[in-house]
Design a protein around this ligand. Structure first.
Ligand code: UDX
Length: 440
């Protein structure tokens, strides 16, 4: 798809070289802006300067390399330098969950204080990370409190909706751009920054923009937990959740996406965002009961999956179980809050002999399961050798292409536990496998 012309070039600082920040930095540079991406992780910045990526994301490496070489994308460990050089500062730092379900906003406050210190001309400070509603107001107050001149500034909320594994595509082709801006100047600058991107712009106040992000992610998580609950009833009633989802999705008011039943959602967004929205709603005076149930259903899917295997294999102690797919979804090496973490831990607790394989997340998984008696196989076939059961926990494309005749021959007992409903059930049964699905 063709891009529109860039109306005006800006000096942009992106704070945070994580999944959101790095893609946005490279994306803005590619749109024609001059970008400096800063991160306080010095090793990460040093590696990026040598074109070594901190994580795997399709097409990101090429985009970073291309713009770094062209001189439109630079990296620095210095927040002061980034802010001084830029008119617009995008905050894409982490807001990790605290034990009580609230979000840790220390990194955001730190950026606000640094902006206040370096505010020598008008700047726009944009929240890109997911933050609790009203964080923008706090940002404004903090900058006002710590700056020591009368230079003006604007705070904007521009929530990011990109999906890991499709982040580069989502940056250039978003379904919509949400811009919470409270001055005509800030609104115009944001429009100019994104001018090459053809999509619907939704302009709101800052609180509303922040709430759009909460509501969107929580709604998608609700859709997943809803279909997972339906899958439980399908199991009990002898119905097929895939067909239920297909027919439901054909209703335009429902839509087909996010109706894949399975072991539930993971990743750094949904689990954290559902909790954060529940927490902030309560703080504001509303008990968001639906979201508590969404989390409960999601957590239960993992133990439900392990129970299904136990029903078939009876005693798990000493049984060899191969686990294919560990990342929270395909096309990423991200293991944060991945359903595989709970499932592997539950299987290990039962004393199963585990052999794990993931196309990209091996290093992350090795770190996560350090100290556990787990084997990491070099490929799927090595993992399944002698197995009593093969679990599929991430729907990587390469698993669908496995030679299942060979897989069956290599296994000790031909049981497949398909946590993502990714295999052709009828075909697997025809090949002689016992098959466990989620609501089918
Ligand atoms: C999500 C949002 O989609 C994105 O807009 C936001 O910016 C960040 O959070 P992401 O976490 O990258 O993106 O992954 P997504 O593709 O949304 O999947 C999240 C989780 O839900 C994965 O674990 C996935 O396996 C699971 N999922 C998704 C299901 O279990 N069923 C589905 O039908 C869809």
């Amino acid at each position: 798809m063709k891009r529109e012309k860039l109306i005006k070039k800006y000096n942009i600082c992106v704070v945070g070289a994580g999944h959101v920040g790095l893609v946005a930095a490279a994306g803005f540079a590619d749109l024609g802006h001059k970008v400096i991406c800063v991160d306080n992780n010095k090793a990460r910045i040093a590696a990026l300067k040598k074109n070594i990526m901190p994580f795997y994301e399709p097409d990101m490496e090429e985009l970073v390399k291309k713009n770094f070489k062209a001189g439109t994308l630079a990296f620095s460990p210095s927040l002061d330098e980034g802010i001084k050089k830029s008119r617009v500062i995008f905050i894409a730092v982490g807001t990790p969950p605290l034990p009580d379900g609230s979000a840790d906003l220390t990194a955001i406050e730190n950026v606000a204080m640094c902006v206040a210190k370096n505010l020598d001309s008008h700047k726009v400070i944009v929240e890109k990370s997911t933050v609790p509603v009203q964080t923008g107001q706090r940002l404004k107050e903090t900058i006002k409190r710590y700056k020591n001149n009368d230079v003006e500034f604007d705070v904007v909320s521009n929530p990011e909706f990109l999906r890991e594994g499709k982040a580069v595509y989502d940056f250039f082709y978003p379904d919509r751009l949400v811009i919470g801006a409270e001055s005509a100047r800030a609104k115009a600058i944001m429009q100019e920054i994104y001018s090459p991107i053809k999509t619907e712009f939704v302009f709101t106040d800052i609180n509303t923009a922040e709430l759009i992000k909460h509501a969107s992610n929580s709604f998608l998580a609700t859709k997943i937990s809803f279909i997972n609950s339906v899958s439980r009833v399908c199991d009990l009633a002898g119905a097929d959740v895939d067909k239920v989802a297909l027919a439901m999705g054909l209703d335009k008011r429902i839509g087909p996406q996010f109706l894949n039943a399975g072991i539930g959602y993971g990743g750094f967004c949904f689990p954290k965002d559902v909790e954060a929205f529940t927490f902030i709603s309560k703080k504001l005076g509303y008990d968001f009961g639906i979201l508590k149930e969404v989390k409960k259903v999601n957590d239960e899917q993992r133990s439900h999956f392990v129970n299904k295997i136990k029903e078939r294999l009876w005693v798990l102690k000493g049984k060899k179980i191969a686990v294919l797919g560990l990342s929270f979804k395909p096309d990423t090496d991200d293991m944060r809050f991945a359903p595989s973490e709970d499932i592997v831990n539950l299987l290990a607790q039962e004393g199963a002999a585990l052999s794990l394989y993931d196309p990209k997340a091996k290093a992350e998984a090795q770190e996560l399961f350090k100290g556990k008696n787990i084997i990491f196989a070099k490929d799927s076939y090595t993992a399944v050798k002698g197995a009593d059961c093969v679990c599929f926990l991430t729907e990587w494309g390469e698993f669908k292409k496995l030679d299942f005749v060979k897989v069956k021959k290599m296994m000790q007992h031909a049981l497949l536990a398909d946590g993502r409903n990714m295999l052709d059930k009828a075909q697997m049964i025809k090949l002689g496998f016992e098959y466990i699905g989620m609501g089918r």
